[in-house]
Design a protein around this ligand. Sequence first.
Ligand code: SER
Length: 336
Amino acid sequence: MRKKTILITGASGEIGQALIKALASKNSHQLLTLDLHGLPADTKPLTTHIEGDILDEYLLGRLVSQYDFDAIYHLAALLSTRAEFVPEAAHKVNVEGTLRLLKMAAEQSQWRGQAVQFIFPSSIAVYGLPDLETKGQRKVREWEYNNPTTMYGCNKLYCELLGSYYSRNYRQLAADKPEMLDFRGLRFPGLISAFTLPTGGTSDYAPEMIHAAAQNQPYHCFVRPDSIIPFMAMPDAVTALLKLAQAPRSALSRNVYNVTGFSLTAEAIRERVLQAFPQAQIDYRTDLKRQAIVDSWPADIHDAAASQDWGWQPEYNADRTFEEYLFPNIRERYDK
Ligand code: SER
């Protein structure tokens, strides 16, 4: 019999590396990971890794015939800043790639008569606030301001809808309604990891500022001091993914949930970093285009649905994130 498997796409990215470790420690499934790039030495032994492209139909076909997927964590994507430079390429990876995997998971759910779980990280980039005044007013709920200004935000919002389609209405006119896949999405705020750095995101100023300070490198923050968006520590992001995956399907009232940790301005992050690294040189050189993207994202998001339906609670507030998770681990990393 084929071994039950969890597939992680985009596994070499920030969330992927953290998720591999968490899933490997549970030891319930064989892990299969896919990415254009290889894995770092500390995660390599934990998984069967394939260097390949989610757009490679032949490869996906081969994987389906070899493995019985219980769950797919589809993390592969081009982030928001990078996607603005190559919008059509981003659409290809972010939308067409997701569509192919959804189809693969839908067909597999059908063959085995049991839903494949499809876990999808979405983003605060699906929101587009009209102006700073509106942004400052209150926490945004899932159904409000779904007007993204970036290709990445459009891609994520549309893929959430595709996920709903494949989990509720796929082949709705066929004689026998097929077994549907089980699509679950999370809208993450800016994620900050102590062990990896993001590439091509617009919330990257926060992690970049901290990692630069720890390496004694000057940093020019590309947004204004008053810029505010929500953030989350990477361990909480992994917890959120696993908790959402564990929730009984009957408990879920939505396909996609907001989750958040804490909201801070760029200046508040700078002040915390300066306290920990008094030598840090951090100034502001605003990039108006990236600024406009950050200004269009909410200052805070409402995650009450996630806490009601599946008990979401962040374990890392701002203090714990910086003092217990980021600063000690980042210091150790660069002191080595
Ligand atoms: N952190 C991501 C980005 O900046 C948003 O999900 O693109």
